[in-house]
Design a binder for this molecule. Sequence first.
Ligand SMILES: Nc1ncnc2c1ncn2[C@@H]1O[C@H](COP(=O)(O)OP(=O)(O)O)[C@@H](O)[C@H]1O
Ligand SMILES: CC(=O)OP(=O)(O)O
Ligand SMILES: [Mg+2]
Length: 406
Amino acid sequence: MRVLVVNCGSSSIKYQFLDMDTEQVLCKGLAERIGIPGSRIVHKKDDQKVVVERPMKDHEDALKYVLELVVDEKVGGVKDLSEIDAVGHRVVHGGEKFSGSVLIDDEVMRALEEYSYLAPLHNPPNIMGIRAMMKLLPGVPNVAVFDTAFHSKMPAKAYLYAIPYEYYKKYKIRRYGFHGTSHRYVSRRTAEILGLDYHKSKIITVHLGNGASIAAVMNGHSIDTSMGFTPLEGLVMGTRSGDIDPSIVTFLMEKEGLTAEEVYTILNKKSGVLGLTDGFSSDMRDIEDKALEGDPVCRLALDIYEYRIAKYIGAYVAAMNGVDAIAFTAGVGENSPVTRKEVCENYLGYLGIKIDDEKNNIKGEERIITTPDSKVKVLVVPTNEELMIARDTKEIVEKGLKQLEY
Ligand SMILES: Nc1ncnc2c1ncn2[C@@H]1O[C@H](COP(=O)(O)OP(=O)(O)O)[C@@H](O)[C@H]1O
Ligand SMILES: CC(=O)OP(=O)(O)O
Ligand SMILES: [Mg+2]
């Protein structure tokens, strides 16, 4: 079975085309700047790379060109569109309704539209991608794999906010959590590497990407996670504030004469390390480089970024009353020895964690980075959301399932 996996963002589409008999990536790419000048697709097949620069007015346009590349005789994965057996979609928000991956039909589409208010930055482009694939590949099954689903078994003490209960009943205001597909893959892989029984383990997964979140995975289920009602809550991120006193919202509205929407945009797109460095950068490579050169602003931004991560890890050790392993993943987690070392050595020594500097000096490789006598294992486990989405898609289509529980 060959599965096309798409992850549609507001102006980008990440995609991978996989042969699920071997789990080999046949080709992959990134369409970016969709709907704005300078749109292009960077497409890769093995060590070949092509860049297609052409106007792409919307996601349907972009996916049309993606499909052309997928069947290209030189850089494609197959010769004909009929060889694409299914499409797996990353969908950020599945609300309380979806506790697993689902075969997409009209009822699912109605639910996704309904939940768009819960993830206004993420779900609408996800839905655009689904509609586009239904049009471009009629009759080919589409599967939705939700960020929220892996966290759906979180207990009420973790998901309810201490606000009038009526707002949960009326609007389903609660913690949902995100990056669930990544936390699911990384926690399972961590258990495999360490030879742990996944269903009798306590694992903390630290997903540090542009969006960043931490999860407490106990006995194979997420029991708590740092992102909440939306992907804004929790860690300090590239452009997102993470946890703040909610009074700041109304304070800024009054003092700056801003609308709620404008404050929402500031907190989501102008905050995080970008905000802390007065607009210098949201890219942790830039922040780290300057911090290590001695720039005090970037050093403080990095300190704040690391301190928040450490506090969440400590909180989740308490939530699980112990921890077997901590796994770093995603862009910063996989590629920054400095962040891993400083978080672990400045704040987690009380757990008996000892970082092995030589083992930690890696980027993007799977590895245990602690010394053999470290009481808690710390690992780097590259995430692979696309593979998890493809696996769920294959299982649902091959078994003729409507929904896949995990
Ligand atoms: N070598 C590195 N050192 C520090 N940060 C890195 C490194 N490589 C990538 N990153 C950071 O990873 C982040 C992007 O993470 P990634 O998971 O790829 O993105 P996304 O969240 O969009 O999926 C960026 O902040 C980038 O700076
Ligand atoms: C939910 C979320 O933050 O996703 P991403 O990290 O892809 O922005
Ligand atoms: Mg990512």
